[in-house]
Design a protein around this ligand. Structure first.
Ligand code: PGA
Ligand code: ZN
Length: 420
């Protein structure tokens, strides 16, 4: 048995994310090991998220990690996650991580968990899960990207997603999504639709209306479901805060050419759910519309109505959603709230209310797999991590490795399932 994972030092630097933008990376040393974590970065960030970097940007974040955090963390025990995370809050001293930055908090918090897992030679997912069996999270990934994740002619909706609801293994799940992704490209070419490259998360950018894109994706899903038996279903991230115009009191769809009042937006989304058998709709309304979310959720049958910008992995926001009945699923992005302990609290609160928890990547990602370890470790039935591109595939490959490892340890309970 190794002794405690005592932190000896911390290094921080500026690195790049998948969009080519700067972010912060942290190395934590201790117990003869090193854990390295770089933080992903969002672009369609919620208003209620913590601040990703302090004023002064990434360079200031790196400077503060070295000057403020390194001396405080030195000598601490990385096995005590809660103490590490409390220390991050204490050194920061604000309620939005404005001083050290939420991305630095994320990198240090996850690095501490990883360091502890390395020192004790126990995989991170198992350390987080504790005793008992684990299920492999179902991957939810982008096949078409638009909105703020693309430029030029594009769909109004930010993310058209797919999930292989009956996948039998991590590899089959990843492959089914990849097949849909390439089928979508083929169908778009056949239809003579110009393909305008890929969005930030690897989905194709198509000059199409919402309805045209969904028809194309439905047909791709049918083909792949027949061939694989994985029953690939469709989801959306409407990211409605970016369509919402306060001035016009309407959701503005430029490509579709429509402006919808709140009630019309609810009906529009319900129509899409029905016509395309959507299993999942994220942020169908803007980030403060708790009551309109509730109205939609009540009318949407079993479809997962998921809060991302609405809930920002924050227990107080979840409490508000519970009061209204606003959602039945939640996106979990650790750097929306800063630390692993904070996001574990959000996951527990949501899960005890029966929510489906969806561990999620950011649009600017890094090429490592911890997200999959955290998703399985916190029993999230879904992981939103994209379909293709090195920074997305790294999570899918990690799921494959976790499945193999859990099988060997006899703690594998198969693939997770969602109401579909
Ligand atoms: P992000 O958002 O660009 O902030 O990562 C992606 C999302 O809305 O899910
Ligand atoms: Zn979202």
């Amino acid at each position: 048995m190794a002794g405690p994972a005592k932190i000896t030092s911390l290094a921080a630097r500026r690195v790049l994310d998948s969009r080519g933008e700067s972010t912060v990376e942290v190395d934590l040393f201790g117990g003869g090991m090193m854990a390295r974590v770089a933080a992903p970065s969002g672009k369609s960030r919620g208003r209620w998220e913590v601040q990703p970097f302090p004023d002064g940007g990434v360079d200031e974040a790196v400077e503060r990690a070295r000057k403020l955090l390194a001396p405080e963390l030195s000598g601490m025990n990385a096995d005590r996650q809660q103490q590490i995370d409390e220390k991050l809050h204490e050194v920061d001293g604000t309620d939005r991580f404005s001083r050290i930055g939420g991305n630095t908090a994320y990198a240090v918090s996850i690095a501490a968990a990883l360091l502890s897992s390395k020192v004790h030679k126990k995989p991170l997912y198992q350390k987080l899960a504790g005793s008992g069996k684990v299920r492999i999270s179902l991957p939810l990934g982008n096949v078409v990207g638009g909105g703020t994740h693309a430029k030029g002619k594009r769909t109004d909706i930010q993310e058209f997603l797919v999930v292989p609801s009956k996948a039998s293994s991590a590899a089959q799940a990843a492959e089914a999504n990849i097949k849909v992704h390439s089928e979508v490209a083929q169908l778009a070419v056949q239809k003579g639709s110009p393909m305008i490259g890929k969005g930030d998360e690897g989905g194709y950018v198509l000059d199409m209306t919402t309805e045209q894109a969904l028809e194309l994706i439905s047909s791709a899903c049918q083909t792949v479901s027949l061939a694989t038996g994985a029953d690939v279903r469709i989801g959306l991230d409407v990211a409605a805060s970016s369509l919402w115009s306060k001035k016009e009191d309407a959701y503005v769809y430029k490509r579709d050419g429509r402006k919808l009042s709140e009630g019309e937006q609810i009906d529009f989304v319900l129509g899409l759910i029905e016509r395309h058998r959507l299993v999942y709709v994220e942020d169908p309304l803007h980030e403060d519309a708790f009551e309109a979310f509730a109205e939609l959720r009540k009318k949407a049958g079993g479809t997962l109505i998921c809060g991302d910008d609405l809930l920002v992995t924050n227990t107080a926001r979840i409490q508000q959603a519970l009061k209204h009945g606003s959602a039945n699923a939640i996106i979990v992005k650790t750097n929306q709230v800063g630390t692993l302990s904070d996001s574990r609290r959000a996951v527990q609160k949501a899960q005890s209310a029966g929510y489906v928890t969806v561990m999620s990547h950011r649009s600017g990602e890094v090429c490592s797999g911890e997200l999959a370890q955290v998703a399985v470790g916190l029993s999230c039935p879904m992981i939103k991590c994209g379909v293709i591109g090195g920074e997305r595939i790294s999570k899918l490959n990690e799921l494959i490795r976790i499945e193999e490892d859990a099988e060997k340890r006899k703690i594998l309970a198969g693939m997770a399932r969602i109401p579909a």
